[in-house]
Design a protein around this ligand. Structure first.
Ligand SMILES: [Zn+2]
Length: 186
């Protein structure tokens, strides 16, 4: 699936520049609305994307880092450039269901993700948190995931910048590599 978002689709944006993530992407939300990658039921075997991602290559799954209990992955439907999620391998819905090692590593990965995002993108701030339950806005409520959304001053006004974006899959691939390259060791 390629989504072109610009009248200049061949234009290339240099990666590694502080504003490389400062894009708002919205057309791909259509895929989400249409149900692509949505589980068909509440169990791990019901096509849960968070259960399937770890079996893919880092590149195919957009995995930034893998731990013992959790992994960090780019959101295919980002609220902002560099939108990451920290996800336990185990298919659990509620934060209170995490065991001790999962709780610790989820917190540690959250910190390392902030460090990586600052190093790669110069993020000025973050929104971090979990939507618990569909009623609270969780898109995939059966498998919990911690969102990290980097923020920059003025990023609510980025829509005019959208004309400079790459084809989305290429941008996500570059973003994944940038973050993986600067992901801090434990
Ligand atoms: Zn799952």
């Amino acid at each position: 699936m390629l989504i072109r978002m610009t009248s200049e689709p061949e234009q290339q944006i240099g990666v590694g520049t502080p504003d490389a993530f400062q894009r708002l992407w919205t057309p791909h939300r259509m895929a989400y609305i249409q149900g692509e990658n949505k589980p068909t039921g509440p169990e791990a075997g019901d096509g849960c994307p968070f259960c399937e991602i770890p079996s893919k290559s880092d590149e195919d799954g957009l995995v930034v880092a893998r731990g013992e209990q959790v992994y960090a992955v780019l959101n295919l439907y980002p609220y902002n450039g560099g939108h990451l999620m920290v996800v336990p391998y185990r298919h659990v819905a509620d934060y209170t269901e995490l065991d001790g090692p999962e709780t610790l590593e989820l917190a540690d990965f959250t910190k390392r993700a902030m460090t990586a995002l600052r190093a790669a993108s110069g993020a000025h701030g973050f929104n971090i948190g979990m939507n618990q339950g569909a009623v609270a806005g969780a898109g995939i409520a059966a498998h919990l995931h911690q969102h990290l959304v980097p923020r920059w001053g003025g990023d609510t006004n980025f829509m005019p910048v959208v004309g400079h974006t790459k084809v989305l899959p290429q941008l996500l691939a570059d973003t994944r590599k940038m973050l993986a390259d600067v992901w801090p060791a434990a």
